[in-house]
Design a protein around this ligand. Structure first.
Ligand code: APR
Length: 241
């Protein structure tokens, strides 16, 4: 029997797990926004195909050429600004109807979970629509798509994208919150992430080691879960609740 034939059984199993769960948590990556038209990072159309991460998403890149880095983020912001949440994001609202406390940990910086109305969203890698002062560290809402050398309205120092770059640590408080939820969960739903970037890449293993269940939803096999559902998150998530 091929995987496709088994899918209805897998979906049934996943539903059972979800309904029997007392503390589900969702972890998402770029794949959940793919059906909204936001490019993923890796894969055929991935954002990193044409750009080397170390040229753009590192503190050193920003130090050397802040204008170039801002232009890249301005370009990404201009793409995302026009996008709408898809049925995958919206299905999470139904999950939260059943599980009001459900936390969504996302690696995405596109803000689409919040635009969809999802609650308890932890944006562990920051947000494209925020900027942070290099000196006073104030975080501003940042909708502009053109300015390639924005400055702080409070102290006049340079602003940087409020994004966690390669080589940087996730904010300690945010990591603390994530650890709390991962320690509580009995079911982690991992959606649309390649599992290439730590610490998020280690979350599935971490909860499985505690005996919790992991369901993975992905178009490609990355086998991060104890139950792997192959397909688009926009098709599969609405089927789960
Ligand atoms: N439904 C489900 N999964 C999908 C879909 C879809 N419609 N489209 C793509 N995918 C899957 C791909 O198969 C891949 O496994 O989404 C995953 C996207 O992987 P990445 O592009 O590596 O994105 P992500 O895992 O979120 O990257 C992690 O890397 O560069 C950094 O900071 C960036 O947050 C990002 C981090």
């Amino acid at each position: 029997m091929c995987l496709i034939d088994k899918m209805p059984t897998f979906i049934e199993k996943a539903r059972e797990w979800i309904h029997g769960s007392s503390y589900p948590v969702i972890l998402t990556g770029a794949g959940i926004s793919a059906e909204s038209g936001v490019p993923t990072f890796r894969g055929a159309e991935g954002l990193w195909k044409n750009h080397r991460p170390e040229e753009l998403a590192t503190p050193m890149a920003f130090y050397k050429n802040p204008e170039m880095v801002w232009e890249w983020y301005n370009w990404r912001r201009s793409i995302v600004q026009a996008k709408e949440p898809n049925s995958g994001h919206l299905a999470i609202n139904n999950f939260q109807y059943k599980f009001p406390e459900l936390t969504v940990i996302t690696q995405n910086v596109d803000g689409l979970h919040i635009k969809a109305g999802n609650r308890n969203v932890i944006e562990m890698h920051g947000n494209l629509f925020k900027a942070r002062c290099l000196k006073c560290e104030h975080v501003f809402s940042h909708e502009t798509t053109t300015d390639s050398s924005p400055v702080c309205k409070l102290c006049g120092a340079k602003l940087r994208p409020h994004i966690v770059w390669f080589g940087e640590m996730i904010d300690e408080q945010i990591m603390h919150q994530i650890t709390y939820h991962l320690n509580q969960t009995d079911l982690l739903l991992v959606v649309g992430t390649s599992g290439m970037v730590y610490p998020a890449a280690g979350f599935a293993r971490q909860v499985m080691q505690r005996g919790s269940k992991v369901i993975e939803v992905n178009i490609a096999p990355t086998l991060q879960g104890s139950l792997n559902l192959r397909g688009k998150s926009g098709d599969i998530l609405p089927e789960l609740v």
